[in-house]
Write a protein that binds this ligand. Sequence first.
Ligand code: ZN
Length: 347
Amino acid sequence: MKLFSKFFDSFDISAFFSWLMIMVALFLIVNQWWIQGAAWDIELKIDDKLKWESMEVCTITDENEPTLEEETHNANAAAAPLVEKKADKSLHFDDSYSLGPSPIKACFPSHQVRINAYMYHYVRESHRDSSGSVVYGNSITPETARAHYEHLSSLQSQNKIHLAFGSEIEEWEKADCFPHSNIVMLTFDDGRWDNYHYLLPLAREFNIKANLWIIANRIAFSVNERIDSFMTFEEIRRMIDSGYFEIQSHSGTHTDLRQKSYEAQRLDICESTKYLEKLFDIKINNFVYPMGLYNQTSMNVARDCWLSYAFTTLEGNNSVSDLSVYPFELSRWRVNRWSTAGDLYGR
Ligand SMILES: [Zn+2]
């Protein structure tokens, strides 16, 4: 008791609160540093960091055991009759109902549907670097981007195409109901800053939606820390929030997957998916192989990471049956500096 009262005699309340404030401030600083540091860790300490986080998401589950997602889906399916009746009714009376952001009139017969994905990269004034060499072969100029958007807008208003996000393709496939026979997916690989600078205003002006495939370890958290010419967190966030862009994964490190073991590919693909989902509070459902390089292991990993589709750089369109038969080997049309909108979208 004597010791106890001595403690209170010497207890200085203002000093105690000063210390408390310092400890709270230190905690906040360290916490902030850790969150921002996570992005760099993926690149710098890929083995350690990725293993740490990926284990939670990438654990192989028993195929017969329903996942949480499947259970939710089943629960929704059980409650579905009412919803379906409602949809049928509105379809009957209004001849239209809404699936996703665009109104659709009917389901097109699957065998008539083609999904044309177009592979863009940079939007740049010049294809050459300071030495005069052509280094951006995959780029288009801002003028070409505008011409393409204008052309697409015209096709869209004439109902000749239906622009789609990757998530919508999955919804339509599950529902076995595609809103148009000519589904067009605009895809921009790598997530360069010029996408934000040129495409966001064009998307708003022409009401055009597009898919951005982002490399997880290239996202900086401020303009000053920008990595090469990649978009920052804030820029990607604004693209998503505009409603015109959906982001998907283009791997964690953008390296040749064919050189990696199953486990290493799993870390790269699963981790980038989980990281982007967490960072932007979104759902990732598809993937693009870095540089178009992949092997059978890459496709197995994409499946095991619960992705629905993976796109390649092989040219061609996709039928609805391709979505289920070759979901991890879907094709895209290549867009480069010689591509004209008429050639591309006249197919
Ligand atoms: Zn790429």
